[in-house]
Design a protein around this ligand. Sequence first.
Ligand code: GTP
Length: 363
Amino acid sequence: MKALILVGGYGTRLRPLTFSCPKPCVEFANKPILEHQLAALVKVGVTDVVLAIAYQPEAMHELQSKLSAKYNINIICSQETTPLGTAGPIAAARHILQPNPDEKTYFFVLNSDVICDYPFQEMIDFHKAHGKQGTLVVTPVDDPSKYGVVVSSEQHEILSFVEKPKKFISNKINAGLYLFTSTVLDRIENKPTSIEREIFPIMAKDRELCSLTLKGFWMDIGQPKDFLAGLELYLNFLSTKSPESLIKGSKYLGDVLIDESAIIEDGCLIGPNVCIGPGVKIESGTRIASSVILAGSTIGAHSWIRGSIIGWRCRIGRWVRIEGLTVLGENVQVKDEVCFNEIIVLPHKEVKESEMVKGKILL
Ligand code: GTP
């Protein structure tokens, strides 16, 4: 089995983190987002993975060699000179996905920012059983009127895609995980093309696309709010607890994931739904809830971090209060006693004053 992962988006909604590296390299639960998918693909026997890259190739190449050695698989980068959208990259990698044009192959195509309990084996079994060209995983949502929904027959054949339906027609949306038979390649050209808007509707008309409903949790973690919501779902799913070695003078609540190399001083209260990366130092008496602290950052004593993301190698002073979906880019320095509520801070910035105008971006 082979797979192609679409890693070529600009990731604008996850800025300022994606100013420092492409979205698939950002760590989710202490592993690059891409690694979650790779690890699950390897489990079902995938041996060759194509990374469809459109920009920031250096960072992707570094991750490619690291993960290829770690999982002992062949990872090939397919570099686009102009972004080819979500379908064009599949045609561009045709020679890898189907090396012998006379031989039928099967391959996965994945969006790079989806977190779930990947149902890859179920997809293989379902795809082989229905025998059509494509399988598209769908996931139920609470408010379908905000999304493009997928309408399927009782036999799971996709009949249509309806954008933001006013009346209830389906509550299933595209989960960004596909499995194709190589005959699908005859439908796609090597030019900028959207799989969702230009390929899937025609496949549905030809009754060549079936839907598989995801049973567990799902989240597109491509923006800060969903990144944190996805972390909560993921940690709940794993039922993570802090390493015993850390439980000394601090308290932990609910699900927390803390890298073994992090230092948590005495008198802190951490959790629920917190992820602390490698090399992070949390000084004494600090409270952290529903937040991510990325690698190498220091949080000063008696600070309060809630519902926020602290980027790599930040230095947060003492008695600092950060909340309300604040996101700090890489290497931000925050002085003692500063307060942030719903603030975005771009990388390499030094902040000396509090900023309480919600939604403000500090350049
Ligand atoms: P935003 O800029 O925040 O919308 O993020 P994004 O650029 O990742 O866009 P979106 O989440 O809609 O993209 C869905 C998937 O397709 C992601 O995995 C992207 O990396 C990928 N993608 C989007 N455009 C391209 C492209 O032109 N080429 C490649 N190779 N992948 C793409």
